[in-house]
Each structure stands twice: as structure tokens, then as C-alpha cells.
Design a protein around this ligand. Structure first.
Ligand code: ADP
Ligand code: MG
Length: 682
């Protein structure tokens, strides 16, 4: 059997060196690339009963040329070629504009197929395409491919036909018969054939079903193998805490855990106790109580003789988390240390010495923690906060630091499940889907820019009540200058109005890190009433006295981001508000603003965001770790994704994937396609 990945596309009939260059722009270099480059849509040339075709719809008719084609010129270089065609019982008038050369090719009595736009009243077709004779079944649905350079759709289709004729039989089945039977899937070869040359919509449907399943299954197999290898890597720590002692800690918290918190604590502690490496994602909306959960895990680690680390994106967050953890853990003789870049000189050396000596149980710091010369005596647990921006690779680097501690990733961006199991497919996922009782809902309003004055009045009211406010301006990545200007303008307007009565602070990307920290601290200490900021206020910042979040040009943000920002308020006992200022131009834009005013539930917001923007944009521009599928669509095919995931787990854990003959073609395929990457199957 030939490996189509190794046969250059120039071996396909008709593809020369020049064409190969153009194809390369489409990432087509081998026969496999060509055969698996599928159309993204199909032109429908199927014949229909003319009485069912609506005015101005596209139509294809077949019949006999009744009248001699006549050519009329008008204007400069403009022409119209007209003739009549008998199609069934109906006579149809056909007009071709500006294609005079067709005249010589058609004569009375010829059988033709004509496609174009239907004028119902005049029984006329403004034709765009003709073919002498009748079209074949495969021509009725014509694949439309992504194109680049000079290559035309017809040409690409021709090459694909040639490739399939020569190499079609080398497209071997990789799925075991059992799975094909179970889901009634067509063969791999047929699926490729039907995706390129479908005879009818049913072909297409079956081909898609097969390919969607295959793509998801291959991807999930990769993720699950990765997960298995990671979990079972030798040297995993077992954090053997005392259950009763841990229960005592939990009972002495100032509040009972929510059911969701209890559930995730069980999941996390189960992982910690086992010899497997924990590799878990903890999702929970802002304020759902993740920090408390983290403290429980850290407590368990510390009391079992291990050290724990908590890493967060910014120094200010590190300080906040350290304070919370000191309050929670210190009464139980768990020592908490803070290591940021402002801990310097002698103090830093002392801190590092204490850490190496095992006298600090829990270390809090920024992500720089793992990159620096920090040595733990016995690191058993690493928790990171807000890590969703990191792709699979970065997450692996983190896990492989030093020994292999248990790792818990926390994120406050609710990630729709479909995305979670793709972007984080190699991880286990825990979800806190419940807020502690008695939380006040944040009231969200959407207003137009012309209401700015009233919004400022609203801010002032809150300030007079002793509260604080944020005004966030969007980060326009292409134009940082404009972006800063926006914030400065708003800041100046506020100062102009308030004239020293209330204090505003300004924060943007051009400030030095130390200045940014100072401003955040001043806001935290209520030296600033209203903070105007371009840089998205540090995720996770906690200033409970802030009750108002105003977002300028809110339509420039993703919904998940807006929800994150909104989560900066509503952290204290007072009623909080979120005001979105935006004049969206599109219906989708308006819908997005409306969604924000309708729900406070982060998971609802993120599901809607995914529907509206698609998976590629969900995590923003940064590396998302989301793979590109050729046929499958994570949003629309999510049910198949769930099934494929479960099947992948079954195949790997119960079906003897690595041993049995049944899976040999699948194993060979995965290996040949480098799906295992650097990973070794040992
Ligand atoms: P997150 O990190 O998920 O945003 P936190 O852990 O900071 O949330 O919790 C937000 C607030 O809710 C904190 O003040 C915390 O003390 C409180 N909290 C956490 N869990 C509960 C609970 N089960 N009942 C009541 N309050 C809680
Ligand atoms: Mg938090």
C-alpha cells in the first residue's frame, strides 16, 4: 500500500512544476494533501421542476436547443446571445451576456444543460454556465474549493479527480470494522470520494458524518494518549493527607462549601491522593470560590509534608492571593510566603533559603516563579490561576518543571464544554457551576455614546455613596496610540467635570510596570475613586468597594472578556452595576450587547459567544491550542465530539489499543502522521 503522504503532488496527472508552486500556497504538496483538501461549499446544479423554482433563484435546466442562437451587440463590447430551449413541456428563453464565443458552439437540436438565474414571469434564464449534453450525477453538486494565486476551481477539481482515479484505492480504512458498524459509517475512501464528487445531498451527509467522527476521534485519541502518558509517568507523588484533618479545616471555614465546591474538592483530592500526576483544569465563574478550593488543596499538600505553589499573572494579584491564603491557612500552622520581583536582596535570599529548607509550605508568586532559580525542598502541588491563554505546549513545559508535581489550572473564563474538551482535551476538567448563596446580581445596562454625561453622573452618585468605579477603554491592538488617546480623553473629561472633587486615575500600556502597580495599589487603598484604564484591568483584581464597571466601546470586546470585566464588581455587599457604552453597527453586535444585559451566567455568555464568533476567536488572538479541523465544526458537531471523546477513552483504556490487531491500521496511521509528536509510547 502506498503512503500518500510521501507521494509529491507532481505525480498526479496534469500537475507540473509551475502548478505545484501554486498548490503549495494552498498547503498542498502531496497526494494526501490534495485528496484531503475538501470543498468548503457546493454549487447546486441539480435539475428541478421549473414550477417549483422561485423568481430570481438559481436554476439548472436540461433540454434541446430550439432556435438558432442570435447575437446582438450593444454599447461598447457588450453583447447578448439569445436562444430558446425546450425543457420537458416548457420553452425557456436563454440569455448569455458578454460571452459571444458560445454562439459557434451550439446549434439547433443540440442537447444542453444550462444554469443561471430564473425570471419566472418571462420564463427566462440569465445563464452563467452551459454544457453540451446532459450533466452527470457528479456534476450536479460541484465542490467549491478555497483558491489562491492563479488556480481555478475547475482546474483544482480536475486534479482532484485525477488523483482520486490513480490513488483512490490507496485510501485505506483506519477505523476498526466494529466502529463503522456501530455508527453505520461509510468507508474512508468513499467519504473522500463523496466529499469531492457527491451525487446527492445524502452522499455528502454520509461523507461528513464519517469524516467528522474520524477527525474528532483522531484528535481525542491523541489527547487521551497524551493524558495517559502524563498521568502514568513514573515518579508521581501521592499526597497522602489525613481525611479527618482536612475535614476539620473545611469545617472551620467561615462558610459552608457550596455543593459544586464540595464536588470539585473531591475530584482534586482524589487526584492528589493517587499516584497519578494530577493535570486538572478548574473552571468557575468569578466569585464562585476557586481560591477557597485552592486553599484546601494547598492545606492537604502542606499537611502531608509537601510544598505547594500558587502562580498568578501579576504581582498585585500575587499579593492579594497571598493575603487571602495567610488569613485562611496561617491559623493552621501552614506557612505562606510571597515571592515577587519586589522581594529583593537579603530578603529574597532568606526567602529562597527557607523555601529550599522546607520551612515555607506555600509559595505565592507570578509565573516567573517557575522560570527562576527557585528551589523547593519538596514541591508536590502547583496551582496556576488564569492560565487559559496558554496552549498545550506551554502547559506541558509547566508540568515538566523539576519533579512532576500535581498541577491544577484555574480559570475564571467559563469555557464552553466543547472547547474545553478540545483546547484542554488532555486534561481532566472540574467545574464550579454554582455561586455561593445570597450573591447580588450585577445590574447591566447598555447605552449609546451620547449618554456619556449621564453615565458620568451615575458614576458620581456611586462615588458620593463612598464607592469606587472602573472605566475601561478597549485595547486596540493595531493602534496602541489611538487606544491610549481614548483613555486620556475620557480621563480628561472626568477631571474637567469633577474639578478635584473626586479623584480619577489613569492607567495604560505605556506606563512602567512599577507605575501601574502603584496606581492599582492606590485604587485598592481608595486613594482613587475612579480608575480609567486601557489595559484590561488585571484579571482577578479584587477591590470589593468598587461597585461600578463602565466599559467604553464595549462592542470591541469579546463577550467572555466583557463578562470577566463585569466580574471586577459585585464583590462586596453592595449592589453593583455594569454599563456598556456602545453603538454597534451590526445586528450581531447589538445581540451581543443584549446578551450581556440579559444574563449574569458566565457559561451562558460563553456558549453564546462561541456561537456568534466561532472557536477560532474565542480565546482572542493569542495561541489558543485549538486545532483546525478540515470537516468537523466544534460548535455544530459537538455531539459527535462528545461521542468521539468517550470512544477514545474506551479504545485506550479498555480495548487494548496498543496491543490488538484490530487497531493496527489506526496505530500505524497515528504514528505515520506524527500524532504522537515527541511522546514515546512506552
Ligand atoms: P474566585 O477566586 O472564584 O473568583 P473567591 O475564591 O475569591 O472566588 O471567592 C469569592 C468570595 O466568595 C470570597 O470572598 C470568598 O471568601 C467567598 N466565598 C467562597 N466560597 C464561599 C461559600 N461557599 N460561601 C460563601 N462565600 C464564599
Ligand atoms: Mg480568583
Amino acid at each position: 500500500m502506498k503512503n500518500l503522504n510521501e507521494i509529491p503532488v507532481t505525480d498526479v496527472k496534469g500537475v507540473g512544476a509551475e502548478t505545484a508552486k501554486t498548490l503549495k500556497e494552498l498547503d498542498i504538496e502531496t497526494v494526501a494533501d490534495l485528496l484531503f483538501n475538501f470543498p468548503y461549499r457546493y454549487e447546486d446544479y441539480r435539475l428541478r421542476d421549473l414550477s417549483e423554482v422561485a423568481h430570481e433563484e438559481r436554476v439548472t435546466v436540461q433540454g434541446e436547443v430550439l432556435t438558432e442562437p442570435t447575437l446582438a451587440y450593444y454599447g461598447r463590447k457588450k453583447s447578448k446571445l439569445s436562444f430558446r430551449v425546450a425543457s420537458g413541456h416548457q420553452v425557456v428563453k436563454v440569455d448569455f451576456f458578454n460571452q459571444p464565443y458560445i454562439k459557434g458552439k451550439l446549434a439547433v437540436g443540440d442537447e444542453v444543460t444550462i444554469s443561471g438565474k430564473w425570471d419566472k414571469g418571462r420564463a427566462q434564464i440569465t445563464a452563467s454556465k452551459y454544457k453540451k449534453g446532459h450533466q452527470t450525477a457528479e456534476e450536479a453538486l460541484e465542490g467549491v474549493y478555497r483558491l489562491k494565486g492563479t488556480i481555478r476551481n475547475k482546474t483544482l477539481l480536475k486534479f482532484t479527480v485525477a488523483a482520486f482515479d490513480t490513488y483512490g484505492d490507496d485510501i485505506v480504512e483506519i477505523l476498526p470494522e466494529k466502529w463503522l458498524q456501530k455508527y453505520q459509517l461509510i468507508s474512508r475512501k468513499e467519504a473522500v470520494q463523496f466529499l469531492h464528487f457527491p451525487k446527492n445531498p445524502e452522499d455528502l451527509k454520509q461523507a461528513r458524518r464519517r469524516m467528522v467522527y474520524e477527525e474528532f476521534l483522531l484528535f481525542q485519541l491523541k489527547m487521551q494518549l497524551f493524558r495517559k502518558i502524563e498521568r502514568e509517568r513514573s515518579g508521581g507523588v501521592s499526597i497522602d493527607y489525613d481525611v479527618n484533618d482536612l475535614r476539620h479545616y473545611i469545617e472551620s471555614l467561615p462558610f459552608p462549601l457550596t455543593d459544586a465546591q464540595k464536588r470539585v474538592v473531591n475530584e482534586i483530592c482524589g487526584d492528589m491522593k493517587s499516584h497519578f500526576h494530577m493535570n486538572r483544569l478548574l473552571q468557575g465563574d468569578v466569585g464562585s470560590g476557586k481560591t477557597v478550593v485552592a486553599s484546601i488543596a494547598l492545606y492537604a499538600a502542606a499537611k502531608s509534608g509537601f510544598q505547594g505553589a500558587l502562580m498568578v499573572p501579576t504581582e498585585i494579584l500575587a499579593e492579594q492571593h497571598a493575603n487571602s491564603l495567610v488569613d485562611l491557612l496561617q491559623p493552621f500552622d501552614v506557612t505562606v510566603g510571597l515571592l515577587t520581583s519586589s522581594v529583593k536582596g537579603k530578603r529574597r535570599r532568606e526567602m529562597l533559603a527557607l523555601l529550599a529548607d522546607g520551612q515555607i509550605d506555600v509559595l505565592v508568586g507570578t509565573h516567573a516563579l517557575i522560570q527562576e532559580e527557585v528551589v523547593f525542598q519538596k514541591l508536590g502541588l502547583v496551582i496556576t490561576d488564569e492560565q487559559h491563554r496558554f496552549g498545550v505546549e506551554q502547559r506541558r513545559v509547566l508540568r515538566e518543571k523539576g519533579t512532576y508535581p500535581d498541577v491544577l489550572f484555574m480559570t475564571a473564563t467559563p469555557i464552553p464544554r466543547t472547547l474545553a474538551i478540545t483546547a484542554f482535551g488532555e486534561m481532566d476538567v472540574s467545574i464550579i457551576d454554582e455561586l455561593p448563596a445570597g450573591r447580588k446580581q450585577i445590574e447591566t445596562y447598555w447605552v449609546k455614546h451620547q449618554m456619556l454625561d449621564r453615565v458620568i453622573g451615575f458614576i458620581e452618585q456611586e462615588i458620593l455613596k463612598g464607592r469606587q468605579a472602573y472605566v475601561i477603554c478597549p485595547l486596540i491592538e493595531e493602534s496602541e496610540k489611538l487606544d491610549v488617546q481614548n483613555a486620556i480623553d475620557v480621563y480628561n473629561i472626568l477631571n474637567g467635570k469633577w474639578n478635584g472633587k473626586h479623584s480619577a486615575g489613569l492607567m495604560h500600556g505605556k506606563l512602567l510596570p512599577a507605575d501601574k502597580d502603584q496606581i492599582m495599589r492606590d485604587f485598592n487603598d481608595h486613594k482613587i475613586d475612579c480608575l480609567v484604564s486601557t489595559t484590561v484591568v488585571e484579571v482577578g483584581v479584587n477591590v470589593p468597594n468598587a461597585t461600578m464597571m463602565v466599559i467604553y466601546d464595549a462592542d470591541r470586546f469579546g463577550l467572555a472578556q466583557l463578562h470577566q470585566l463585569r466580574g471586577r464588581v459585585g464583590r462586596g455587599a453592595e449592589q453593583s452595576y455594569c454599563v456598556l457604552i456602545a453603538d454597534p453597527k451590526t445586528e450581531v453586535g447589538k445581540e451581543r450587547m443584549t446578551i450581556m444585559t440579559e444574563t449574569n451566567d458566565g457559561f451562558v455568555v460563553s456558549e453564546r459567544d462561541l456561537e456568534l464568533r466561532g472557536p477560532g476567536d474565542f480565546f482572542g488572538k493569542k495561541q489558543s491550542g485549538i486545532p483546525e479541523f478540515k470537516v468537523a465544526d466544534m460548535v455544530h458537531d459537538y455531539r459527535v465530539l462528545e461521542i468521539a471523546r468517550q470512544d477514545a477513552v474506551d479504545i485506550i483504556y479498555h480495548e487494548g489499543f496498543l496491543e490488538t490487531e484490530e487497531y493496527a491500521p489506526l496505530r500505524a496511521f497515528l504514528e505515520a502522521n506524527g500524532v504522537f509528536g515527541e511522546q514515546k509510547l512506552d
